[in-house]
Design a protein around this ligand. Structure first.
Ligand code: GLN
Length: 487
């Protein structure tokens, strides 16, 4: 069996039938990871020993006929801003380079209870701030489709790991597109659930009112299966919502008759790459051919989304990151003159340039005399953005458009132009501001052979419709079956 070329569904079946063991599966992925060396560089920590121990336990349980969780024996790449007890969790920052959490994040516990195998901790932009994984202080991650390109970000490690078949599943976090954008760049499925669907307990905070954990897989079925495991109420996160978790993977194949698809005109605006435009329009035609009712819709406040997002995200980040002072948390400088100097030196050494830029922006936006003009105003615009969605979802079930205006850009191309980098988030960030779920699914390739993603969005807690609509498209196409030929 071609283990690493299989989908999660095929792997689960093979393990259930006994044709392969969980140890075989884990070992096959570990072998891929070591064969990759640092070509892709998806992982900050490879959990070889821990992963094999869990896989062995899964095989033991199976041989005794004990009940097994829904991800039994499936390796998962977990973004390195999600706490894993006893396993380094660095946020790709010098600040937390030596942090080994004494506890598990809620989603880590959920994965372990589902008998999943945490195969490693995936690279990211430092503290999840970025769109290319280039802001990682610890390593470079490359796009499996073209190693001169970035995998996107900030969950670039998780997306690249799934695309390069170094793990069948990945967990990421999405504050402004950090699951959907790298999924689009790497040609995999990436799902950001509704705010509150998944507990953020143990996710190292970037912007708490926007952060949400979600799933990566090579297909919609895998992403749905993983969401079922991650989702659910947890009273350690006060924003986690107490609603039953539907059995997403069970309803996935049910036909969606009379689906109403809204095409967001603002997402096809200025700056959209011609190949992206063509591919996503062709993808929307697939819905038409399947009998969906397709109409054009407008989200008029989209033009304010980037500015609003960066004000809110940086404001929250400046507050969340205040705790890293070398005393409460994080790296402590060795050379300092007094206590204040120790704080300053620790933060100066521990944080990278992008994190510092955002802390400064946030502190400014919240400062006395300016906070009404910036922070408060951005909260008001956020409400208008949410209203736009509420209004269109009265008439459509899902919204469709590109995930990102362009395919993957080259490593180094945008690092000196933060504003241009921020603009690459134009299609993804509104969903975080509004708290709604979104998914990116493979929908074609550029003339250079780089993947193109289509984004679908749905109303709050409509993940079931979202996933069924995604699966409806996936069934008709084979973009998700394409694999990068590495080297
Ligand atoms: N690219 C966005 C940013 O830089 C989103 C990051 C994220 O979703 N974590 O903030």
């Amino acid at each position: 069996m071609d283990i690493t070329g299989s989908t999660t569904g095929q792997l689960l079946k093979a393990m259930q039938s006994g044709s392969v063991s969980a140890v075989d599966v884990t070992q096959a992925y570990l072998d891929e990871i070591s064969a990759d060396g640092e070509t892709i560089g998806a992982f900050l920590t490879v959990n070889s020993e821990g992963a094999l121990a869990v896989a062995t336990e899964v095989d033991r349980k199976r041989s005794r006929g004990e009940p097994l969780g829904r991800l039994a024996g499936l390796p998962v790449a977990v973004k390195d801003n999600i706490c894993t007890k006893g396993l380094a969790t660095t946020c790709a920052s010098r600040m937390l380079e030596n942090f080994v959490p004494p506890y598990d994040a809620h989603v880590t516990t959920q994965l372990l209870n589902a008998d999943a195998v945490i195969i490693g901790k995936a690279n990211l932009d430092e503290f999840a701030m970025g769109s290319s994984t280039e802001n990682s202080a610890l390593k470079v991650t490359r796009n499996p489709w073209d190693t001169d390109c970035t995998p996107g970000g900030s969950s670039g490690g998780s997306a690249a790991a799934v695309a390069a078949r170094l793990a069948p599943l990945g967990v990421g976090s999405d504050t402004g597109g950090s699951i959907r954008q790298p999924a689009s760049f790497c040609g995999v499925v990436g799902l950001k659930p509704t705010y509150g669907r998944v507990s953020r307990y143990g996710l190292i905070a970037f912007a708490s009112s926007l952060d949400q954990i979600g799933s990566f897989a090579t297909d919609v079925t895998g992403a749905a299966l993983l969401l079922e495991t991650l989702a659910g109420h947890d009273n350690r996160d006060s924003t986690s919502v107490d609603r039953p978790v539907p059995n997403y993977s069970a309803t996935l194949e049910q036909p969606l008759t009379g689906l109403r698809v809204g095409v967001v005109s603002e997402f096809f605006g200025e700056g959209i790459d011609a190949d992206v435009d063509t591919s996503v329009k062709a993808a929307i035609d697939v819905y038409r051919s399947l009998g969906a009712e397709v109409s054009e819709v407008s989200l008029p406040h989209t033009k304010y989304a980037v500015a609003t997002y960066y004000l809110i995200a940086c404001s929250e980040a400046s507050s969340n990151l205040a705790r890293y002072d070398g005393v409460h948390y994080g790296h402590r400088a060795e050379q300092f003159e007094n206590m204040i100097d120790m704080y300053a030196a620790s933060r100066a050494e521990g944080f990278g340039a992008e994190v510092k830029r955002r802390i400064m922006l946030g502190v400014f936006a919240l400062s006395e005399g300016y906070s009404d003009q910036y922070y408060l105003k951005s909260l008001k615009v956020r409400r208008l953005i949410r209203n736009d969605f509420d209004l269109v979802f009265e008439n459509v079930d899902v919204l469709a458009g590109p995930t990102c205006p362009t395919p993957a850009f080259r490593i180094g191309e945008l690092v000196d132009d933060p504003l241009k980098m921020y603009l690459s988030d134009i299609c993804t960030i509104s969903a975080n501001l509004a708290g709604i779920p979104g998914v990116s699914i493979p929908a074609g390739f550029s003339s250079d052979g780089l993947p193109i993603g289509m984004q679908l969005l749905a109303a709050p807690f409509e993940e079931e419709t979202l996933l069924r609509a995604a699966r409806m498209y996936e069934r008709e196409t084979d973009w998700h079956r394409k694999r990068p030929s590495l080297g």
